[in-house]
Design a protein around this ligand. Structure first.
Ligand SMILES: Nc1ncnc2c1ncn2[C@@H]1O[C@H](COP(=O)(O)OP(=O)(O)OP(=O)(O)O)[C@@H](O)[C@H]1O
Ligand SMILES: [Mg+2]
Length: 403
């Protein structure tokens, strides 16, 4: 295809009206099926427009249930109210995604930047940084909202020291007040938070439940109205995206991704409409990417365990835990690494089963009793793509696995 043809195809493409509307960070004008959560959060935060410090809030729920979108939506409203009606309150916001700012230093650095306090990017102690932050807060009368989204990343990487200090900061302040909104999709995280942090962060708690298939369909329909030209979606496209995205738990991000990728596939092919078949292909692509990402983020020994399952698949499609352990040990020897115990490998296999990377089931083997057999549950290509990106494995794998 020539450049002219490529550009011509884009110019004549009729599928998207505004593709930005399907991007993950776009906050839509309304959020169907989250009225209750929006109102609840608004009730908690609204005292701010009159200058009172709102309670801290802790929001949790599975991925893609609208936590970030609802929080940004409510904050945006409160911000515009306070600017118009109560500028003297001095409302300020900091939105921090702790997946990116995942150390105590970086969080404090970002908070200082939000208050226009110049601090060095590295080099101070966090205690000193915290002192400067408090000092700056105290120079003005203000109400400062700190949103720590995906806060589990911060605590896992850097501990809960800053979180603890922030929840205890108000008695140290004169004219300023600070409220925290913590958000997480890791439900176990709540359990290993320091109980003192947990109780002060969770002055108010909001739980976001997964969407149902019908709710996802409504969400998609509403986004589709502004994102696509009229009539380009085959009727079954939205219900199919919704039901595929609800398979594990009702995740709006997955539903929107599916719709966007399906439309992109249709557009690439020059199809005038998005069809069911495009959604199915989009599902395949997304699942593969997800599997690759899961494998990439595994610790080294977990990667070796999946590699062992993969290597055994040629002999038979299912392997026992004993066989996997032997194969894993021989990989460790080749890499000149110490091996983990069989008990630990058995735990890793259970984790992999929960992640959907392998299927494990217990079968009865006649007089030898019961044994667990394991098979790979993701595509081989996804597995290899995921493992290849690890430099420690790539050269070794190229002869061992890629053959
Ligand atoms: N009720 C809704 N109406 C319209 N769009 C929604 C709704 N809920 C979520 N979305 C959209 O779905 C996507 C995912 O939502 P969001 O980012 O808020 O999820 P989350 O709960 O923060 O997930 P995670 O825990 O992974 O961060 C976003 O693009 C968001 O705009
Ligand atoms: Mg989020």
């Amino acid at each position: 295809m020539s450049i002219d043809e490529i550009i011509q195809k884009v110019l004549t493409a009729r599928i998207f009206k505004d593709r930005e509307r399907l991007r993950p960070d776009y906050v839509p004008e309304n959020l169907p099926h989250r009225e209750r959560e929006i109102n609840r959060l608004a009730e908690i935060l609204a005292p701010a427009v009159k200058g009172a410090r709102p309670s801290n809030a802790f929001i949790y729920g599975l991925p893609g249930t609208g936590k970030t979108a609802v929080t940004r939506y409510v904050l945006r409203k409160i911000d515009s109210y306070s600017k118009n009606y109560a500028p003297s309150v001095g409302l300020r916001f900091a939105y921090i995604n702790c997946r990116n700012e995942n150390t105590n230093y970086r969080v404090l650095f970002t908070l200082c930047c939000c208050l226009d306090e110049k601090v060095p990017f590295t080099g101070l102690s966090t205690a000193e940084l915290f002192r400067r932050f408090v000092r700056t807060l105290n120079t003005q009368r203000m109400l400062f909202f700190v949103v720590l989204d995906e806060v589990d990343f911060l605590v896992k990487v850097s501990g809960d020291d800053v979180l603890y200090k922030l929840t205890r900061i108000n008695p140290e302040l004169h004219e300023a007040r600070l409220s925290i909104i913590g958000i997480t999709n890791d439900l176990n995280f709540v359990e290993y938070l320091d109980p003192r942090v947990k109780s002060s962060l969770g002055e108010e708690e909001l739980v976001f439940r997964p969407y149902t298939t019908e709710e996802l369909a409504d969400i998609l329909l509403q986004r589709a109205r502004t994102a696509f030209n009229e009539g380009v979606l085959e009727e079954s496209v939205i219900p199919l995206c919704a039901s595929l995205a609800a398979r594990e738990h009702g995740d709006a991000r997955r539903a929107l991704d599916l719709l966007r990728v399906a439309a992109e596939i249709a557009e690439r092919e020059g199809s005038p409409r998005v069809l069911e078949e495009h959604v199915r292909r989009a599902y395949g692509e997304i699942e593969k990417d997800r599997a690759v990402e899961i494998v990439k983020s595994m610790p080294l020994h977990t990667k070796l365990v999946v590699a062992a399952v993969y290597l055994l698949r040629n002999k038979k499609c299912e392997a026992t835990t004993g066989e996997i352990y032997d194969a894993y040990k021989s990989l460790c020897r080749k890499l000149m690494m110490d091996e983990l115990t069989q008990r630990r490998i058995s735990d890793i296999l259970n984790e992999l089963d929960m992640l959907g990377v392998v299927n494990a089931k217990v079968t009865s083997k006649g007089r030898y009793g019961r044994t667990k057999v394991v098979r790979l549950a993701i595509s081989e290509k996804a597995l290899i793509d995921g493992l290849k990106s690890d430099v420690r494995l790539s050269s070794f794998l190229s002869c061992e696995i890629l053959g």
